[in-house]
Design a protein around this ligand. Sequence first.
Ligand code: NAG
Ligand code: NAG
Ligand code: NAG
Ligand code: NAG
Ligand code: NAG
Ligand code: NAG
Ligand code: NAG
Length: 332
Amino acid sequence: MTFIVFILMFTLTLVAHRAATQEIRINEHFVECQWSSDNSALPQNLMLICDTSESQHGLVYWKKGSKWAGNGRTLTVRVRGTPDAGNYTCWSNTTHELLSSNAVYITKKNEKGEIDEPILKKDPEKKAYFYCEANNYSGNFTCFWKVQSQNPNLKFRIEYEDENQTKSASGTVICDINSETTNTEYSASCRRENPCSYTEEYEPIVVFLHVFLTDVFVYEKHTRHFFIKDILKPDISLCQVTRNGTLILLHPATWSTPVSYFGLTYQIKTVFNNNEEISEVDHSSLLHHGDIMTITKKLCCYSGYRCLIRSRDHYNSHSAWSNWSSCRYRIN
Ligand SMILES: *[C@@H]1O[C@H](CO)[C@@H](O)[C@H](O)[C@H]1NC(C)=O
Ligand SMILES: *[C@@H]1O[C@H](CO)[C@@H](O)[C@H](O)[C@H]1NC(C)=O
Ligand SMILES: *[C@@H]1O[C@H](CO)[C@@H](O)[C@H](O)[C@H]1NC(C)=O
Ligand SMILES: *[C@@H]1O[C@H](CO)[C@@H](O)[C@H](O)[C@H]1NC(C)=O
Ligand SMILES: *[C@@H]1O[C@H](CO)[C@@H](O)[C@H](O)[C@H]1NC(C)=O
Ligand SMILES: *[C@@H]1O[C@H](CO)[C@@H](O)[C@H](O)[C@H]1NC(C)=O
Ligand SMILES: *[C@@H]1O[C@H](CO)[C@@H](O)[C@H](O)[C@H]1NC(C)=O
């Protein structure tokens, strides 16, 4: 009987300033344990090195949490599953001072290579654990994700990486996780450092979402690659219906300007009883009166009929439609 197991590892080193005179290294290790269908995984050796001089080899001991874990400057950890994840610290044998911390995070994957029991919840519509949307071409966008259940030990880090490790013309992306979240829903506001909405995008933006469960040292990483033009979703447009059946529209307030350049396509939906009818009209074929656009839809002023509108980037039919907005009756 054969089963395939492989473990990927990488290590990240961060330096935290503990005190003005002393630096404590916090090393993060990420181990991917792939389990086979018979619920087994091959153990993998991970070597941790205490951040101290080699001459102190015999003068160092290790703890995992509060338990002794070994002696010597290096510690080999057999990693098989989540119980091996944790905070491995090394201490001076003489002063019992903390020398360095090694956080070992584990991602458990199933035999298909998918994350086992993911922390995040897949969006059924987007078929993704996290996704981003932009309401215009400015280079600002928002990313969204949901967790399976609320947990005070959850920590997120969202970062951008230039795949080629070169400074691209469009600059880097900075994301801030929004503090106002509902119970299980999170978002981050991101912006490009040097946005240039008029130029063609040549390189996709790559955003990583790192998810940590800090009490059990479980970790998962999710990635999105996209061009701004493909994640556009305009905000809703204001719409009114006059007594004679004229629809008065405003383009979405946050859409890129000039709107004549960043064109939009609109859909108008008329609803009567349970029947719906949708017609499509381009920004350029609407009647313009300054910022206001009009189109005649006689049915919209009849009682029992409801009219709604939505819009989408005219130049990219892969991008998303805005939410529908209901046209209100104009009282005048
Ligand atoms: C220091 O480490 C050595 C070797 O690992 C060990 O045998 C010894 O008991 C330790 N000494 C002290 C003072 O903890
Ligand atoms: C690991 O333990 C050390 C010592 O208690 C602590 O300073 C450090 O913050 C811990 N690291 C993590 C990631 O919990
Ligand atoms: C992007 O959003 C930031 C706030 O997050 C704002 O200060 C900035 O003006 C926005 N940039 C553009 C081009 O709209
Ligand atoms: C990275 O560079 C290679 C070779 O120059 C190029 O083929 C590739 O498209 C670049 N990747 C991105 C994401 O720009
Ligand atoms: C409908 O009413 C609007 C003002 O409410 C007016 O500007 C427009 O000319 C009228 N259209 C028709 C076809 O009567
Ligand atoms: C584009 O959207 C961002 C928010 O994502 C907003 O800050 C900015 O003002 C919008 N730009 C325009 C031209 O409205
Ligand atoms: C669009 O509709 C969805 C689903 O009803 C809602 O969750 C979301 O907040 C709406 N978005 C905006 C920008 O109004």
